[in-house]
Design a binder for this molecule. Structure first.
Ligand code: RUB
Length: 309
């Protein structure tokens, strides 16, 4: 069944990256709605809620996931028949996927304007939104070079350098700890986001905060490329974004760790970059300074404090 397969693939990171996770989740939700053999509204609602919980419980940090699932589940707020609710789930899921794919194209077009001919860029992890901007700048004929990090422990940098290589972009592949060494050669850092808080802080792959800190020290601009569904409404209430901590064996094989009883291996997957280290957030609605994150949540996504209580 697509629901359990998708949930497992998100958990084990076969499906990864905040945008891809969100699209896969709504597609699984739509598939599940289509497979439910009931005409009883209560059963339909209950089963759909269970499915939504399974999907949102897979990875805790990427806010795109609950935002996307909630968008589709609004089909169940009020409905006349199971058939109508099912159609609305399918319609909303397709609409989300379409919006998401279109958003990445818009971000690429807007982000590429901030990349100049001759720029040396640095990116971290594997973000389709950030890569979209880089690929678009290259497509426009701008002569660019990229530093891409390795991204311990899961090595998402390898996916990034393959994409850059396939596009024919000059790329330097570096270990994460070489960021400070090379940052003086870099004109612009461009990364994606898993979540953006109301105060403009950006949650992204572990190591992003160190890169932004180095960039700040050398006055190198930092751009975050993120669809508006990565903004986290509940942070208006001061709620913190949960940082996923994955299995220690991703960092050190279990048999090695077992020989070191006084050592605890820690494996946080994301970190938080404060707004003051970020120059611009490029969304599909336009580029904003991080301080305007609240405006996106309130005016564009339409969240009010009273809806969130
Ligand atoms: C992925 C990661 C990406 C963001 C944005 O982490 O941190 O930078 O999710 O990606 P993981 P996108 O590999 O642990 O999922 O722009 O593709 O949504």
């Amino acid at each position: 069944m697509l629901l359990s397969e998708t949930a497992a693939s998100i958990k084990n990171m076969e499906i990864r990256g905040a945008g891809r996770i969100a699209r896969a989740a709504v597609e699984a939700l739509a598939d599940y709605a289509g497979s439910l053999d009931t005409s009883d509204p209560d059963t339909f609602r209950m089963e759909m809620r269970k499915a939504a919980d399974i999907l949102t419980g897979t990875r805790p940090t990427a806010v795109s996931l609950p935002n996307a699932v909630r968008y589709v589940m609004r089909a169940l707020d009020s409905f006349e028949s199971v058939e109508a609710a099912r159609d609305e789930v399918l319609r909303r899921a397709a609409e989300f996927v379409d919006h998401s794919e279109h958003a990445i194209e818009q971000i690429a077009a807007i982000g590429a304007r901030h990349i100049s001919d001759g720029d040396v860029l640095m990116t971290h992890c594997n973000s389709e939104a950030a890569l979209g901007c880089i690929l678009e700048a290259h497509r426009q004929g701008k002569d660019i070079e990229v530093y891409a990090t390795e991204v311990r422990p899961r090595g998402q940098g390898l996916i990034t350098i393959r994409t850059l290589n396939d596009a024919g972009i000059r790329t330097n592949y570096i270990v994460d700890s070489a960021v400070r060494y090379f940052i003086n050669d870099v004109d612009l850092v461009i990364v994606g986001a898993d979540a953006i808080a109301v105060n403009g802080a950006v949650v992204n792959k572990i190591g992003t905060a160190q890169i932004a800190h180095s960039a700040n020290e050398t006055r190198t601009n930092v751009i975050v490329a993120a669809e508006t569904y990565k903004f986290a409404p509940r942070t208006i209430l001061g709620e913190l974004i949960e940082i996923e901590e994955r299995d220690p064996s991703e960092v050190l094989p279990r048999e090695e760790a077992e020989k070191l009883p006084f050592v605890r291996v820690r494996n946080p997957t994301f970190d938080v970059t404060p707004a003051e280290y970020i120059d611009l957030i490029v969304t599909e609605q336009g580029a904003i300074p991080p301080e305007l994150a609240y405006t996106v949540i309130k005016d564009y996504l339409g969240w009010k404090i009273e809806d969130l209580r």
